[in-house]
Each structure stands twice: as structure tokens, then as C-alpha cells.
Design a protein around this ligand. Structure first.
Ligand code: DX5
Ligand code: ZN
Length: 221
């Protein structure tokens, strides 16, 4: 079963409670929260306080995507605030830091993910970490903003991770993030994606509930 994770970066921030209710009623499985430091990516995103408040407002699991130059500096703050899944970018990690990130996840009980920008080649150390990681996020837009167009070259990384997972009988999930719509959902799932993050295609719709159910329908294979 594919999971739908609406990204609150595109939600109307003055209306966040109504947006959360609508995605819950629409059948969302997770909530994707983008944390952006203005250095790794050119925007500023949600602080741990937001995650803390959000975790009291919803029962949906919170998936924090750390677009930070120094993700380990803030990982625990987000975990303590209630993030059940946290991903950090391979571009700013090394083999040692990647292992350290997984160790923190195991100790504090959140799922650990590794994210990559659309044109990043997976570094060799990542494959060792994927034995213990919970998910991978081969991004399909440049990090920072909702509402961008899906970059088709992302299928190369998705395919690579799908093949690696199959060949080595691993269990990590593949999360698609960026430009996911009702038009490409099915192709993504057919390529091995398990989690669809969706910002604009959910929150820019007049019917948030309906947008989620149509995404789910399109993603069925
Ligand atoms: C981009 C973020 C995404 C974004 C997705 O930096 O990581 O999570 O909010 O939004 P859409 O689906 O509109 O591309
Ligand atoms: Zn994201």
C-alpha cells in the first residue's frame, strides 16, 4: 500500500488547523514537514516548535525532511518535538556522520532516512547505511520550494534504489518528494516508490480531501 504524505510547506499557514483536519479526513498517512536552514536550500522552513505543536494536533506520523547544512546539529530537537521519521541529505554527510545519524535514530526511536538532490549520485557509503536505514528520498525537484515541476531524471535514482533493495533483500522504503501529482503517481509507484510526498497537488486544490483520495486512486497498481 502506497502512503500519502502531504507536505505542509504549501499549506496556507493561516489555516493550518483546517488543513490538517482536511488531510486527515482525506486519508493522508503521514505529514511531511520541511525544515530548511536558508543555507543548504534557499528558503526558511519549519522549526522544532512547529513539530511539537503539530504532534499535539494530529495522530498522523510526522516525517521531517531536514534540508540543513548541519543536520546532526538539530536532529534531536526534531526527534524530541515528535518527529517519527527524519531524513538528512547525503550531500552534507559522510560515512561516519551517516552511521552516527542511524545510531541516533535507533537510540531515540525514530525512522532514519537519507535524502538526495535530483542530480546527486548516491555516495558509496550510502549503500552500507541502507542496510539499517528506514527510507530513502531521491528528490525530484531542487530542495527549497513547493510547486516546482517534477524532474524526470529522478527515475534514474529511484530505479537504482529499487534494484539495490531487491537484489539485497532490504526493507528500506522509497519516498518521492517534489512535483508529485495525480499524473505521475502511478508511474512512481510502478517504479518502486512507497511514499508519495505531495505539496501543491494537495494544498493548492480547492478540495484538499478530494485531492488526496484522487492521488490514492491514481497510485493504485
Ligand atoms: C521541496 C520540499 C517538498 C515540497 C513538495 O524542497 O522538500 O517537500 O514541499 O512540494 P510539491 O509537491 O509542491 O513539489
Ligand atoms: Zn520535503
Amino acid at each position: 500500500m502506497v502512503l500519502i504524505a502531504p507536505s505542509v510547506l504549501s499549506a496556507n499557514q493561516m489555516n493550518i488547523r483546517e488543513c490538517i483536519r482536511a488531510i486527515e479526513e482525506g486519508g493522508a498517512d503521514l505529514i511531511h514537514v520541511d525544515a530548511i536552514d536558508g543555507v543548504f536550500a534557499p528558503n526558511i522552513g519549519f522549526a522544532p516548535k512547529f513539530v511539537d505543536d503539530l504532534s499535539r494536533e494530529t495522530r498522523l506520523e510526522i516525517d521531517v525532511h531536514l534540508m540543513f547544512y548541519n543536520p546532526l546539529r538539530y536532529t534531536l530537537a526534531y526527534a524530541k518535538a515528535g518527529a517519527r521519521m527524519i531524513s538528512a541529505h547525503t550531500e552534507v554527510l559522510t560515512d561516519v556522520l551517516g552511521r552516527h545519524f542511524i545510531a541516533i535514530a535507533k537510540e531515540f526511536g525514530f525512522k532514519a532516512g537519507f535524502a538526495l538532490k535530483p542530480f546527486t549520485e548516491p555516495p558509496p557509503w550510502l549503500f552500507d547505511c541502507l542496510i539499517d536505514a528506514d527510507y530513502i528520498v531521491p528528490m525530484s525537484v531542487e530542495p527549497g520550494f513547493s510547486g516546482q515541476k517534477f524532474i524526470p531524471q529522478t527515475f534514474k535514482n529511484i530505479q537504482l534504489f529499487q534494484e539495490h533493495r531487491k537484489k539485497n533483500r532490504l526493507n528500506f522504503k522509497i519516498e518521492a518528494d517534489g512535483g508529485v501529482t495525480q499524473d505521475n503517481a502511478r508511474m512512481l509507484v510502478e517504479s518502486g516508490v512507497d511514499i508519495l510526498v505531495a505539496g501543491a497537488s494537495v494544498f493548492n486544490s480547492d478540495d484538499i480531501k478530494g485531492a488526496i483520495s484522487s492521488l490514492k486512486r491514481c497510485a493504485q497498481i
